[in-house]
Design a protein around this ligand. Structure first.
Ligand SMILES: NC(=O)c1ccc[n+]([C@@H]2O[C@H](COP(=O)([O-])OP(=O)(O)OC[C@H]3O[C@@H](n4cnc5c(N)ncnc54)[C@H](O)[C@@H]3O)[C@@H](O)[C@H]2O)c1
Length: 283
């Protein structure tokens, strides 16, 4: 989709980090933007900031793990702006720890937001965009963790591998239909956002189940992960690459070329039938 001006973008997880940066770039390109996020106060503040900057914006409180919320989001977007051209399924959370020790509640939460959120986004918005018959683009946020397997990030990596294959499959299915809807998958390394404080949005019900689990430790809240994230890429630089990929209809958005080696060695291990070895983060 080369021309973005006057088109409509819907971005989930738009109140913070990568989603917010992409929304800012979209508004800067003259798009109408729908900001979706589960964190009400951050969403209201973001919507206000966009309005103050002169953007044509709508904030919709949305829990992407709920199909009915995502359907309502699409309804609100169409009601306000008449169409949807760009959907960025970006909302995501992380919980860290050994897979067999992490509470079931954390597995449900991470897969619910990161994987089911994207599934709901695709099931809701792709038919709508196809029916419009116009150019469209779906961006799904995965991670480098969707192309590698990182210790202590089990549920996160499972969800992100799911998002990568879902996106590849979506591209192929749309191409087979000759559709004007294109797809990109965003696979960043570390980006300076609030992902390390994901626990702020853990649903009360799951928090309750978690409290009942004496072994519940979230390595994300240890501070060590947050320190790594602090040294990460500026979300605005990630957003620039996302918009460029949309304009150029490029599928893979691999923002950290210095981490390509981690992808290459995994592919080599598979083809050489070598057992995986634990390496550094994202290795
Ligand atoms: N920061 C990184 O290093 C990094 C690296 C690779 C991939 N990612 C991915 O980027 C995406 C954006 O995360 P970020 O790093 O900007 O973190 P962030 O915490 O700054 O932003 C995530 C946003 O998602 C929202 N959110 C959480 N649960 C939600 C739900 N159920 N429904 C709707 N919104 C919800 C949060 O309120 C927040 O505004 C995520 O999918 C994340 O997995 C991040």
């Amino acid at each position: 989709m080369r021309e973005l001006r006057e088109k409509v973008a819907v971005i989930t997880g738009a109140a913070s980090g990568i989603g917010r940066a992409v929304a800012e770039r979209c508004a800067g390109a003259g798009m109408k933007v729908v900001l979706a996020d589960v964190e009400e106060s951050a969403l209201v503040a973001a919507e206000r900031a966009f309005k103050d900057a002169g953007a044509d914006v709508l904030g919709v409180r949305t829990d992407v793990s709920r199909a009915d919320d995502v359907e309502a989001l699409a309804g609100r977007a169409v009601e306000r702006f008449g169409a949807v051209h760009l959907v960025h399924n970006n909302a995501g959370v992380a919980a860290g720890g050994l897979m067999w020790e992490l509470p079931l509640a954390d597995w449900k939460w991470v897969l619910g937001v990161n994987l089911w959120g994207v599934i709901h986004g695709v099931r809701t918005f792709v038919p709508l965009m196809l029916a419009q018959g116009d150019e469209g683009h779906v961006v799904n946020t995965a991670s480098l963790a969707g192309l590698t397997s990182t210790p202590f990030l089990g549920p996160y990596s499972v969800s992100k591998h799911g998002v990568v294959t879902l996106s590849e499959t979506l591209l192929k299915e749309l191409a087979m239909q000759g559709a004007k809807v294109k797809v990109s998958v965003l696979c960043p390394g570390l980006v300076r956002t609030r992902i390390g404080e994901s626990g702020r949005n853990r649903p009360a019900q799951l928090e309750h189940e978690r409290d009942d689990d004496a072994s519940a430790v979230d390595a994300m809240s240890s501070g060590a992960f947050q320190q790594l994230v602090e040294a990460g890429m500026d979300p605005a630089a990630v957003a620039d690459q996302v918009l460029e990929a949309v304009r150029q209809e490029r599928f893979w958005v691999l923002t950290h070329p210095e981490l390509d080696q981690a992808i290459r060695s995994r592919a080599d291990d598979i083809l050489e039938r070598r057992n995986p070895v634990a390496q550094s983060l994202m290795g």
